[in-house]
Design a protein around this ligand. Structure first.
Ligand code: PAF
Length: 276
């Protein structure tokens, strides 16, 4: 595996390499990231892992400052999973002096995470547009945990005619159901135990929907009640159309329940598809 830090070198490496798979990450790898790298390895000739803690998508300085970073560990894990190139550019490669262009997706990026984290999706869309242009991959792999990010990226790729396929892999969970996230390492032992309520709540709503409950308000309150039992207050619990992210009042077809909640100092997101 090569570690590359500049755009010219990554373009030269990708040129003529066949089917190129890109795995966008901010590092601090867990099984969720590794599942994306393995999927890319299975279906691509060249696997490029993007490793860049993108400052423009953090709306809280403390979240950026505390974001876990360990390039040496990440590089070892990426190599084990068959990565060919770890592309880890410095900030001034991505945002050189005079940088003045942003990509902002309206509508779908304005609700939920967009409403609670102003500027977040402009930061994400801009850096994803940049990495897709820099690498020129055929496929880019994303995890379903950040469901709204996936919807925003799909919208941007369609609107800007970026020639890439977006492949989405299922959420990878801990044995107690907590969705894997780089931020989980910041939970204390007690917060980590309580955080399993996010998945319990979503699973309870999924079971209620499968048993015939269609009312979105009732399903959202099933999730919120489970969180309250662990003294966790949700920032939002939303019952949505999975493609448009418009709220739905009744579950008539596969529907997404998405939530965000702070457990101690750590803000976590999760989601689950429910079917009537
Ligand atoms: O999902 C992430 O890790 C980030 O939002 C991404 C897509 C790598 C952009 O910085």
């Amino acid at each position: 595996m090569r570690i590359i830090r500049d755009v010219a070198a990554v373009r030269a490496a990708v040129d003529g390499a066949g089917r190129v798979g890109l795995v966008p990450t901010m590092g601090a790898f867990h099984e969720g990231h590794l599942s994306l790298i393995r999927a890319a390895r299975e279906s691509c000739d060249l696997v490029v892992v993007w490793l860049f803690v993108n400052p423009t998508q953090f709306n809280e300085a403390s979240d950026l400052a505390n974001y876990p970073r360990d390039e040496e560990r990440d590089a070892a894990l990426a190599a084990e999973c068959g990565t060919d190139i770890l592309f880890a550019p410095p900030v001034d490669q991505v945002y050189p002096a005079g940088f003045a262009t942003t990509v902002s997706v309206s509508g779908i990026a304005d609700v939920l995470e967009g409403a609670h984290r102003p500027g977040h999706f402009t930061g994400v869309a801009t850096v994803v547009a940049k990495m897709l242009n820099m690498v020129g991959s055929d496929v880019a792999y994303f995890g379903a945990k950040d469901a709204q990010q996936v919807a925003v990226v799909r919208r941007m790729v369609a609107d800007l005619d970026i020639p890439v396929t977006i492949d989405v892999l299922p959420i990878v969970r801990e044995p107690d159901g907590l969705a894997m996230s780089s931020r989980n390492v910041r939970l204390s032992a007690d917060e980590r135990r309580r955080a399993a309520a996010l998945h319990r709540g979503l699973a309870a709503a999924r079971d209620a929907a499968a048993a015939g409950e269609q009312d979105a308000g009732i399903l959202a309150s099933i999730v919120a009640d489970e969180l309250e039992r662990e003294s966790i207050t949700a920032e939002y619990v939303a019952v949505l159309d999975p493609e448009t992210f418009e709220p739905v009042a009744s579950v008539e077809r596969p529907t997404l329940i998405a939530l965000a909640a702070r457990v101690g100092p750590v803000r976590l997101v999760d989601n689950m598809e429910v079917t009537p």
